[in-house]
Design a protein around this ligand. Structure first.
Ligand SMILES: [Zn+2]
Length: 650
């Protein structure tokens, strides 16, 4: 199997202030702000009667009403109208392109909304933003008159815009701007649809997404967050039967990161990431990175040191960088991004990164890069990272260490603190080092004693031995442990994380062992990610069940083997089955039914919270359990066929 890795890139929105202080050409930044703050054009109001707008599988039928277009923007000498507000009567309808997505939409909407597998909703307000032919199409059918927008119109418009300005949503303005700049024919289209006094739904066509078509609704009445109900390919893709596995809509591929990081005793964090990348399509003029929302960007430079304009709004995780010269497919370029901010949480004399993935600028889903990381930290602390430590020296009050990762990996990470270390060397197993915060453990012990919770002493030795056993077991089951070392450390959070040869466990896992096997499963799950997730990745979000389900089942298999206890194994399997079947008790129809494993992160919505762990981990684990049962030789109970399949797949 090809090796891919997955990063779940949540869609967060952005926007920005930028870099006029560096004397750069800020034309694109100005244009971005102009598109964001666009006003109603008093010269382009029109009465509408019986007009249709067709966008992929959606139809907007504007029966009767008034349309207010927004003021045009000038892009490369061309004038573009990019928005309008319709008020009146109409109908919005769409037919999902696949049976699967049809089932998905019916999980959330009553069957009454449908006719012939088509979702239908009345329109009283339609707010659209676009970078396509919408204006040109409609202009021909309309007669414009001049009218200053009333206060009521302005208020409607600004209500609709709240869903665009919500920084955690994907960035509509970026969608418009990138479409216009790249001169894409089937450009970006965003529609906000609502009946009078009801919560809106959204239909989006984004030509730069692999799955271009999206249907969304509002998460809750408490905010303006949108969530995806449906997402699928454009109709044309299905008709041409294109190979979705080969389709790639990314602009660039990142080959290498050099990151220089400085951390002060109070947790202040400064870094410069020098990013080398290659354009994978023509006419790349801007790149949309993701970075932890609380980090601030100081400057962006190109390879000869001149400043590049960028947009990164406060509390937004989007960083849009504008390139000086458009790149053609195959061109390479290097940029450096300097950033700083409150990303570290200091606890127990250790510093933990609040974002394990977005602590540096990220791009793409399956992008594996090489890394060269230098950490300058106060001398008393120890820094541990992915890659090989090739140098460490003292300089003034700092300790400087350099870590190089030569084979491309998906995620880099580090941990910094005062650690007690414990080394485990077992024949045939890569060296394992456990890094544990002693001060933290004293604090936890005090807490546990106070709450009369029993805990284990000399935990590092037990954990080390357990990890070594996991590695032996999985090597036998899946194949050779893929990395030369394994660092084990802890997080003051409730979750674990697995990076290349580097695993973080939640702190309770370092403390309490006596919980009927759950600690072993959590630990073995993270260790199994070294094979499934870190080594073999996910090509798209649809495939994350492989890494999660395989790791979850691997955790349970380990428990069965280490405890030599099949009773506990079947008990836990039954618990998971019970949870899957009684989830929101959908069998007696009170709640949204659980979704399929293929939905990936889309299985989690405001109405199906907790379904990631339930469906993508536990239900997917059942897939592997089923395969194991099919492959087992029932006469001899021999598992070689299952083992061979797993090793072959790995
Ligand atoms: Zn996992």
């Amino acid at each position: 199997m090809k090796k891919y890795i997955g990063v779940l890139f949540f869609c967060f929105a952005l926007l920005g202030n930028s870099s006029s202080t560096y004397g750069v050409n800020s034309e694109m930044v100005t244009l971005y702000n102009e598109l964001k703050n666009v006003e109603v054009d008093p010269n382009r109001t029109a009465s509408v009667e019986n007009i249709y707008i067709h966008r992929d599988v959606a139809t907007f039928h504007l029966e009767k009403g008034t349309i207010y277009f927004f003021k045009p923007a000038s892009i490369s000498g061309n004038i573009h109208v990019t928005g309008a507000l319709f008020i009146g009567d109409g109908t919005f309808s769409f037919t999902p392109s696949t049976e699967f997505e049809w089932e998905q939409v019916t999980r959330f909407y009553k069957k009454e909304l449908f006719e012939n597998q088509t979702f239908k909703q009345k329109i009283n307000i339609l707010f659209i933003r676009f970078a396509d032919s919408t204006f040109i199409e409609l202009e021909k059918k309309l007669f414009f008159y001049t009218a200053s927008p009333t206060k009521a119109i302005k208020e409607r418009k600004s209500y609709c815009e709240r869903y665009i300005l919500e920084k955690r949503n994907e960035n509509v303005i970026y969608g418009i701007l990138s479409s216009l700049r790249m001169n894409i024919k089937d450009g970006y289209f965003y529609a906000h649809i609502s009946k009078e006094n009801t919560v809106p739904v959204f239909f989006i066509y984004n030509p730069n997404n692999k799955e271009e078509v999206e249907f969304q609704n509002r998460v809750s009445e408490l905010n303006y967050l949108r969530q995806t109900i449906n997402q699928f390919h454009k109709q044309d893709d299905y008709e041409k039967v294109i190979n979705f596995d080969e389709e790639n809509k990314f602009f660039v591929f990142i080959n290498h990161y050099r990151i220089d990081i400085q951390i002060e005793s109070n947790g202040d964090f400064y870094a410069t990431a020098t990013i080398t990348f290659e354009a994978i399509r023509n006419h790349v003029t801007m790149i949309n990175f993701l970075i932890f929302s609380k980090l601030n960007i100081n400057k962006v430079l190109d390879s000869d040191g001149s400043a590049l304009p960028f947009i990164k709004e406060e509390k937004s995780s989007k960083l849009i960088i504008f390139l000086d010269n458009p790149l053609r497919k195959g061109d390479s370029a290097t940029i450096s991004v300097s950033f700083q901010g409150k990303i570290l949480k200091k606890e127990w004399d250790c510093f933990y990164c609040k974002s394990s993935i977005f602590w540096y600028p990220r791009y793409g889903w399956s992008n594996r890069a090489t890394y060269d990381l230098t950490f300058k930290v106060p001398q008393r602390y120890e820094c541990i990272s992915v890659g090989e430590k090739i140098d460490e020296k003292k300089e003034g009050k700092y300790k400087i260490s350099r870590w190089v990762q030569e084979t491309p990996i998906i995620n880099a990470y580090f941990n910094l603190g005062l650690f007690k270390t414990y080394n485990i060397n077992v024949e045939g197993v890569s060296p394992i080092t456990v890094f544990m915060s002693e001060k933290g453990h004293r604090k936890i012990s005090e807490y546990l004693i106070y709450h009369r919770v029993t805990f284990d002493k000399n935990i590092e030795e037990q954990i080390g031995a357990d990890i070594a056993n996991c590695i032996k077991f999985f090597t036998n089951l899946f194949g050779q442990y893929p990395y030369e070392k394994l660092y084990i450390t802890e997080l003051p959070f409730k979750y674990g994380k697995s990076f290349t040869g580097f695993i973080l466990f939640p702190w309770y896992n370092f403390k309490i062992l006596t919980d009927s096997g759950y600690s072993e499963i959590v630990r073995a799950h993270e260790v199994a990610h070294q094979w499934w997730g870190v080594s073999v990745g996910s090509k798209t979000y649809h495939d994350v069940w492989i890494r999660e389900g395989f790791s979850q089942y691997a955790g349970l298999l380990y428990l069965q083997w280490i405890l030599q206890d099949s009773k506990r194994f079947f008990e836990i399997l039954d618990e998971w089955k019970e949870q899957i079947f009684t989830n929101r008790k959908y069998l007696i129809r009170n709640g949204v039914e659980a979704g399929p494993i293929w939905l990936g992160y889309r299985t989690v919505t405001s109405e199906t919270e907790g379904d990631y762990s339930l469906i993508v981990c536990k239900k997917a684990a059942y897939v592997l359990h089923m395969l194991r049962n099919i492959f087992i030789d029932l006469k001899t109970m021999d598992e070689d066929r299952f083992k061979n399949m797993m090793q072959d797949f790995f």
